[in-house]
Structures are given as C-alpha cells and as structure tokens.
Design a protein around this ligand. Structure first.
Ligand code: LMR
Length: 328
C-alpha cells in the first residue's frame, strides 16, 4: 500500500475507533405485563440505575406488554440473543426443563413474603438460579409480584364452586394439578391472550395477583374475585449468558449493583401495588370481591393436599424439604 493510503487507512481506523467505543451497549428488556405493575416499574427503575451507573455506556430499552414477544417466545428470543434481559414469572421456567422452579407454584406453601424471601435470598435461591446456566441463561435476581387471587363469573368460595370451570393457567404442571384438584379444567394460555380469552368465553376464569388482574382490565370480564392467596407469583430476572459473560467486567459489576438496587425497589413496591390494584378493582364496582373465611380456606387446603404431596415428589423431595426448613 502506498504511504499516503496507508496513512489514510490509519487515520480512518483511528477516527472510527472512538465512535465504535462510544456506541452504547444495548440491553433489550422484554416483558409481558403493563408498565404500571411491580415488574413494569422495576424494569424502568433498572433502566435508570443501569444507565446512570454506566454513564450512558449501557442503554436499556424496556419493551412491556408483550410488544416484542409473548411468554414462551421471549425465552427462546433470550436464548438466541435477540433480547438480552427478561423477568418471566417463575412458572414459565418449567417448559425449559427446570422443574425445580415449580416449587413456587405449590398451593398454600409459602405462608408469607418473609418466608419466601428467606428462600429466594438464601443458598436455595442461588442454587435455583444456577440451574438456569446450562440453558444459556444467567439468573440475576428474584422479583416479587405477590400472592394470587382467583376469579370467574361466579363466586368462588368453596372447591365445589370450581366444578366444570375452564381456568387459564401458566405452563406449570403444579398449576395444572391444582386446578384439576379443585374440579376445574386448566388451559394454558399466554398472558397476552388472557383478557380476550375471558371476554370471548374461551376460558371462564383465571388466577393472578391483583396488579396483573387490574392492569389487564379483567374487572371488565370477571364479575367475581376471591382473595384466596392460595399461591405466589414472582419473577426471576435472567440474561443471556454469552452476552453477560462477554461484558467488560467494570460494566458487569455496575449492572449487578443496579440490579441489586432495582430488586430492593421491586420487592418494596410489590405489596403496595397489589393493595392499590385490589382497591381499584373494588372501586370499579364491576367485580365483587370475596374474602375467604378460615373454614373456607381450610376446605381449599384439604382439597389441594393430596395434589400438593404428589407434586412435591415431582419437584424433588429433598429440595422441598430443604425449603420447608428455611421457611421454618
Ligand atoms: C401470567 O402469565 O399470568 C403472569 O405471570 C404474567 C407476568 O409476567 O406477571
């Protein structure tokens, strides 16, 4: 190459390097719920913290409401690297073959959030997240949503009230068994399809924490809701492993710190958001809200006891026992 062209090539390479070096690292964070839910707000908080901590070297684009991908598809997209970060509900890891996560679906298993946090923030929680690595994922944190309510177009006070109802569930064998034990027919549907399925009568009822119920306008299509708190719904924040391990170490540790802070935020606001949502459903006057008496709750527990024992065996007796000890 002539000296002039050599010099020009060097100048161009030099000139383009800073531009490339300054191009932000993009994190697409896809999720399926509304922005004004515990997960939606925590995702936005993570974006703020991450961009601030990395002084703009990382840009986080949050895509809510299944605008990029629905439930199963978003996990596939993450594995392929089409998006970098998700926070699927814990029930959605079962189809990946990580059935240990189904422990979170066991009915009446976690007495309250404190017991749950002892598990998710302790060695069992870390071990569960590690089990995602062979799937090409790194689990960064657990985020709360809350305890679930049941809804339908008839009051659901006793197990017999479920007889013959088609209930939408997430893709978890435990949830399938739970609905069958109550006398209902479970149907797996993506979250983004639930409102229309309820409206058109494809399913009769569903379960979710109030924040998901209210922000999807389910009060328009469900006339009864029972505050049963029969099960928990939370999330694992996951990233594509190759992407995460390929980040410059300084950036990765800044993002880990942002995630710790976003997790504290998520777990602080979740209860409040759900209380507010339940209040809003009540205020809408469209859905009658039922609270279970102790006797009614006992009947739900009894109806579910055999199934729970059977599902514990599927999940792994040792793991379930270890979690029981942590719950105390
Ligand atoms: C559902 O699919 O019912 C929810 O878990 C969605 C979510 O991410 O909260």
């Amino acid at each position: 190459m002539k000296p002039f062209f050599l010099l020009l090539a060097c100048v161009l390479a030099w000139a383009s390097f800073p531009a490339r070096a300054q191009e932000p690292i993009l994190i697409r964070f896809s999720h399926v719920v509304a922005p004004d839910t515990p997960k939606g707000k925590a995702a936005e908080r993570f974006k703020e913290l991450a961009e601030q901590a990395t002084e703009g070297r990382v840009r986080v684009l949050v895509h809510p409401n299944s605008e990029l991908y629905q439930d199963r598809e978003e996990l596939e997209a993450l594995q392929l690297g089409a998006v970098q970060m998700l926070a699927p509900s814990l029930s959605k890891f079962s189809p990946l073959g990580v059935r240990e996560f189904e422990v979170f679906d066991l009915p009446f298993f976690f007495p309250d959030k404190d017991a749950l946090h002892r598990v998710t923030e302790g060695p069992v929680g870390r071990e569960l997240l590690r089990r995602l690595q062979p799937k090409g994922l790194i689990g960064l944190a657990f985020w709360d949503n809350g305890f679930k309510v049941m809804s339908a177009n008839r009051p659901l006070r006793l197990p017999a009230d479920f007889q013959g109802l088609r209930m939408r569930i997430q893709p978890s064998r435990v949830l399938d068994a739970q609905m069958r034990a109550l006398g209902a027919s479970p149907m797996i549907l993506r979250f983004g399809e639930v409102y229309h399925a309820l409206r058109s009568g494809v399913v009769d009822g569903t379960e979710n924490p109030p924040s998901n119920f209210y922000t999807q306008s389910m009060q328009d299509v469900q006339s009864h809701l029972t505050v049963s708190r029969h099960g928990y719904l939370g999330y694992a924040v996951v990233v594509n492993r190759k992407f995460w391990e390929g980040l410059p170490p300084g950036i990765r540790s800044a993002l880990e710190e942002a995630m710790r802070e976003a997790t504290r935020y998520a777990n602080t606001i979740a209860q409040e958001e759900n209380d507010r949502a339940l209040q809003a459903v009540r205020a809408s006057g469209k859905t009658e809200i039922h609270m279970l008496s102790d006797e009614e709750r006992r009947q739900w527990r009894d109806a579910l006891a055999a199934t729970t024992a059977e599902m514990e065996a599927r999940i792994g007796k040792d793991l379930v026992e270890e979690i029981r000890r942590e719950i105390g």
